[in-house]
Structures are given as structure tokens and as C-alpha cells.
Design a protein around this ligand. Structure first.
Ligand code: CP
Length: 311
């Protein structure tokens, strides 16, 4: 598949070769950096000169928005941040009509985070010519997070064939899990789930489900702790079982005694200290959270370049 001019909403049309194409693009870019290949960077900057991306973050973000902003600048694309609070959204303009107008202005790429179920990004791509990157949509997906998660694992392990990924905590309300499942299935990497039943989906309960952290950690080679998505808890009251959750599912040095010695610990962020992961674990060598953040900028740079860069 050629990425050129395409949107990234989910991984439906992806093959493993497409995924590794992006990962290789990250490595190629790094090689150019390490070699100090100024000619490459000047040609990139020239190519992107006068091209603009619009970042529409209609839900809060730190990592995704700022790493996309930096990734745009890395390749020479100019990022513009759309602020909904001071826009015609306030007058009732829809996302579709907003994008049609931004398209008419001449933007070359839209990077969108939103949670409005009535305006799915997939549907919007049928009406908008400008490529759209999904930067987190409701609970349905966060594909660039999944790409960076898998890239962080691959970079450390070199090969995914022996990995087993365990998602711990709020699986039910996590768009990160939705996209990771899609991606891990494509790459044939086994995955499982661990946490209280209230925070599991039916798919998780019927899949490789571990009701306790000990058995989950004994199985996994990678553990992904998930943020309790309080803003999406319309169906559960986390406060009612928060203390049990912390006792049973918060990753601590003590709990990690059940895991293999080289287990990788990931968290998409933002983490709740001492709820999903113990504060004193954050600087442990098994924890790759800041590596994930570092890789996020690189993956997004590669993706932008694949979508609207030189063919
Ligand atoms: N992981 C992630 O999406 O973080 P932000 O919400 O800060 O972008």
C-alpha cells in the first residue's frame, strides 16, 4: 500500500509490510540525523515549504498534540493549532463543515482528536479530500499511539515473534487498547487482559483474561498499564472500587516479582501515580514510558512524511 495522500483512521487496510515500512522510515530518518546528512534535511524542508497542517484537538492532549506539532516542524511542514474554544464550533458549526472550510483555505493535512460519535473520522474521509490522521477518536481508536507502542517494543526486542502483550486496568474505555489489538492481530502478536471485570470488554473476558495480576505478569513479556479513563466512566463508578484496584492491579516492584526479569512496562500516559503504576517504579529500567514518548515524535514524523512527503 502507498501511504501517499491517504488518511490514517485505523489499520483495516494495513498489511504487516505497511507497518514495517513505517518502522523502517523511522530508522532511515534517524540514520540521516546520526550521519548529519544536511542535504537530506534541506531537500525535505524545501519539499514541505508552503505546506501546512491543521491540528484540531477537540479533546485534551499533551503528548499527542505536541509530538505531532514537533513532528510537523521536523519535516518542514507548518503546524497550525485550531482552538475550538475560540472558533465557530461555538456557533454550532460541525466538524465536517469546519474541515470543508479549512480545506478551502488550502491546508494539506488534518490531524484530529475528537470524541463526537456522530461525526466519525472514517465517514469524514469520504467527504474531505485532505488526508486525515486520527490522533485519538472516542474509544474507537488511537492508531499512532499503537504504532509507537509496538515500535518501542520492537526497538528494544528487535523481533516481535516471542512477545506477549498484557493490557492492565481500564480496557473497556481505552482507545489505545482498541488500536493496539488491531495492530497486534495484524502482526500476529498474542495479547491478553488483566483487571477488574467492571473494566473489561466482552472481547477481553472471552479472550486471554487474567483476573489477577500475578497470573497475568507470569504470562506476559510486555505489560501495558492503562489510565483509568474517568472522563468516559458513564457506566462504572471507579471511586467505589479504586482502593481494591490499587491493591490488586497497580504495578509495583512487589508485583513485578511475579514477572520475568526483563519484562517491559509501558503506559500510554498520562499515568495516575500510585493508581496504575507506583511512583517508585517510574525510573526502573524495565519502564519504557518516556521511551514511548520519544518514539511518538519519530513515528509521527515518519507517518507525516509517508502521507504528504516526497513520493
Ligand atoms: N497518550 C496520549 O494520547 O496522551 P495525550 O492524551 O497527552 O495526548
Amino acid at each position: 500500500m502507498s501511504f501517499h495522500g491517504k488518511s490514517l483512521i485505523d489499520f483495516q487496510s494495513f498489511t504487516p509490510a505497511d507497518i514495517y515500512f513505517l518502522f523502517n522510515k523511522v530508522s532511515e530518518y534517524e540514520k540521516m540525523e546520526n550521519e548529519g546528512n544536511e542535504a537530506f534535511f534541506i531537500s525535505q524542508q524545501n519539499y514541505f515549504l508552503r505546506k501546512q497542517a491543521c491540528l484540531l484537538f477537540l479533546e485534551p492532549s499533551t503528548r499527542t498534540q505536541l509530538s505531532f506539532d514537533l513532528a510537523c516542524r521536523d519535516v518542514g511542514l507548518r503546524p497550525f493549532v485550531f482552538t475550538a474554544e475560540n472558533s465557530s464550533f461555538k456557533k454550532g458549526e460541525t466538524l465536517l463543515d469546519t474541515l470543508l472550510n479549512l480545506q478551502a483555505m488550502g491546508f494539506h493535512l488534518f490531524i484530529i482528536r475528537h470524541g463526537n460519535e456522530n461525526e466519525s473520522l472514517k465517514e469524514l474521509t469520504k467527504k474531505i479530500r485532505v488526508p486525515i490522521i486520527n490522533a485519538g477518536e472516542g474509544v474507537s481508536g488511537h492508531p499512532t499511539q499503537a504504532l509507537l507502542d509496538v515500535y518501542t517494543i520492537l526497538r528494544e526486542r528487535k523481533d516481535l515473534s516471542k512477545e506477549k502483550v498484557l493490557f492492565i486496568g481500564d480496557v473497556k474505555h481505552s482507545r489505545v487498547v482498541s488500536s493496539n489489538i488491531e495492530l497486534l492481530k495484524k502482526l500476529e502478536v498474542p495479547y491478553g487482559f488483566c483487571g477488574p471485570r467492571e473494566l473489561m470488554t466482552q472481547e477481553a473476558l472471552e479472550g486471554k483474561y487474567f483476573p489477577d495480576l500475578k497470573s497475568g505478569l507470569q504470562w506476559a513479556s510486555v505489560a501495558v498499564a492503562l489510565r483509568a479513563q474517568l472522563e468516559r466512566h458513564n457506566d462504572v463508578n471507579f471511586e467505589n472500587f479504586k482502593s481494591d484496584f490499587i491493591k490488586n492491579f497497580c504495578l509495583t516492584k512487589e508485583q513485578l516479582k511475579h514477572a520475568r526479569s526483563d519484562i517491559m512496562i509501558l503506559h500510554p500516559g498520562p499515568y495516575n501515580r500510585d493508581v496504575e503504576i507506583a511512583s517508585d517504579l517510574l525510573d526502573d529500567e524495565r519502564v519504557f514510558i518516556f521511551k514511548q514518548v520519544e518514539d511518538g515524535r519519530k513515528i509521527r514524523r515518519a507517518l507525516i512524511s509517508a502521507i504528504i512527503g516526497p513520493e
